[in-house]
Write a protein that binds this ligand. Sequence first.
Ligand code: NAD
Length: 256
Amino acid sequence: MLQGKRAIITGSNSGIGLGVAEELARAGADVVLNSFTDRAEDHALAADLAKRHGVSARYIAADMSKGADCRGLIEKAGGCDILVNNAGIQFVAPVDEFPAEKWDQIIAINLSSAFHTTAAALPGMRAKGWGRVVNIASAHGLTASPFKSAYIAAKHGVVGLSKTVALETAGQGITCNAICPGYVLTPLVEAQIPDQMKVHGMDRETVIREVMLLRQPSRQFATVEQIGGTTVYLCSPAADQVTGTTISVDGGWTAL
Ligand code: NAD
């Protein structure tokens, strides 16, 4: 379905970004992976995707906390038809103790990077009359929790940016939407399970259900494959008129 389309996925050497790249490649898109590191294993991820899906794939190192790097990523890739803004970090502290440098870093990586990459990618999409911008926001783009002020401000910002870009590109063959995942079982989340089991004296299933997924009514994690599949849907003809909206993949969290 996506043969001949080039997708850039920021922050895609692990977790959701890598899962999205996998599903886009499975659908036939050429993919550009990214993170701030430049290791042999990063490039090997791209080679593996290319081999398994018969698409072209490359890895481009660029630091999404820096505006020039964000714009440089789009330029080095030769533009893109599909842009997935996924890079993100988290830090947890009460707002009056929140380190200012952490606030700045989270706003830069989780929000401003999407502004820079989108600004750099749109002219190429307009020239082709087709483009998809998919922003990986969060249930925290629609609702809040304590101690995550920067992350929640950034994710609400991503939702607002998505709506604005949708209005500015409406009728031009370009759509822009935000996917809002609840808890997704990524390596990062998986690594927290043993500690939580110890702290709470619970087995794996109980700690997942009663502690980690307390706010997710399904009491099941979303998967990177599901976020990837939602991205592929947004790139399909069925979603041509889906723009400026959010799609929650959160097991009912935001219905509460
Ligand atoms: P992750 O840590 O596995 O992935 C984050 C990615 O961003 C990694 O590839 C990392 O290398 C990259 N990254 C970090 N700083 C970067 C920088 N300065 N420049 C370039 N790349 C950088 O975590 P994840 O869970 O896969 O998160 C991916 C996205 O999904 C994030 O935006 C996160 O907020 C969002 N999200 C995750 C969950 C969840 O439960 N896992 C839920 C909702 C939203």
